[in-house]
Design a protein around this ligand. Sequence first.
Ligand code: NDP
Length: 332
Amino acid sequence: MRWGLIGASNIASAHMIGAFRSFEGDEVVSVLSGDADRARAFADKNGIAAAHTDLDEMLADPAVDAVYISTTNEKHFPQAMAAIAAGKHVLCEKPLAMNVADAVTMVRAAKEAGLVFATNHHLRNAGSHLAIRDLIRAGRIGRVQSLRVFHAVFLPPHLQGWRIDNPAAGGGVIADIVVHDADTVRFHLDENPAEVVAMTAETGLGKGVEDNVMSVWSMPSGVQVFAHESFTHRLSGTGIEIHGTEGAIFAKGVMTQRPVGDIELRTDAGSEAISFPDHNLYIRGVGLFRDAVAGRGAPAADGVDGICSLAVANAVAEAAQTGRRVAVDYGG
Ligand code: NDP
C-alpha cells in the first residue's frame, strides 16, 4: 500500500510512518503541510519523496492509495472529504471532526464511495485491552456493574502547543483523551453511553481550554462509568478497572501508546496475573486497515466508532459547560 500523509505531525513521525513501513513493499510517498518549508523538512527528515502544500495536487497523484490524516482536529473534516472525493482510502486521527454531523457526513461519503474509512483509536489494538475484553466475554467477572478509567497524564512539553490554548483547533483534554476512553469503554462493554454528567477544570496548563475533566456516564445496561482525564498529572499513572458480580479486573498502565501494563483478575478464588501479547498497537491497526482495503475484514476502529467516540466527548463537553445531564447525540 502506498500512503500519503496529510499533516506533518508528531504522531506521524513518532509512530505511524514506522507502522506503515513495517509492511513489506509498503511506502510513504508524500506528505502535505500548510507550510512549504515544514513540508520539505519533514519529507527530508523522514525519507519521503514528495512534499506538498496543495491538497488537490497531492490527492491527484495516482501513486497514493490511502491517506493518513493527522492535522489539527478542525482540518480533519475538509481534508477527509477531499480525499474521499479523490477516491483514497482514509485512516483518520481522532477526533474525526469538530462536531458529530461532520463526522457522520465523512463516514457516509466514504461508505457511498466504497472506500475504507478507519479511526486511529490505538487502544483497542493493545494486547492488554484485547485480553481484558476476552476476560469479560468469557464471563470471568460475571455481569459488569461499573467501570472506572483513569487517564490523567502529564502532557509532554513538545505537545504543549494547540492542545492547551487553541479551542478552534480542537484543543483541550476532552477532544484529546476522552475520545480514546469513550472508544475503549465501548470496546469493552459493547454498548454506547446514553447520558453523561461532567465537570472540567484548568489546573495549570490549559489557557482557555480545560486540562482536567471528570465525568460519569450511564450505559443502557445500567453499568455506570467514571472517567478522569488530565494533562497535568505527573505521577498518577493510568488504568482501567472493571467490576462485576463475580470478579474485578484491575489493569494498570494500559492507557498508553506502548504495549505495557499489568492486568490482575480478582475473584473469590484469589488474584490472578493475566498475561497478554506485546505487539505494537499502531502496526496492528495499520495491518487491519490494509486487510480491509484488500477486502478481508474490517478496520480495528471504523468510521462509526469514530463518530461514537466524538459524540461521547462532545456530550461530556456540553455537560461540563451547561452543568446539565446530557443525552449523547450519535447523529442518528
Ligand atoms: P502536531 O502538533 O505534531 O501536528 C499537528 C499539526 O500541527 C501538523 O499537521 C502541522 O501542520 C502543525 N505543526 C506541527 N509541528 C509544527 C511546528 N513546529 N510549527 C507549526 N506547526 C506545526 O500534532 P499531533 O501529532 O500531536 O496530533 C495530530 C493529530 O493526531 C490530532 O488530531 C491528535 O488528536 C491525533 N493524535 C492521535 C494519537 C493516537 O494515538 N491516535 C496520538 C497523538 C495525536 P501542517 O501539517 O500544516 O504542517
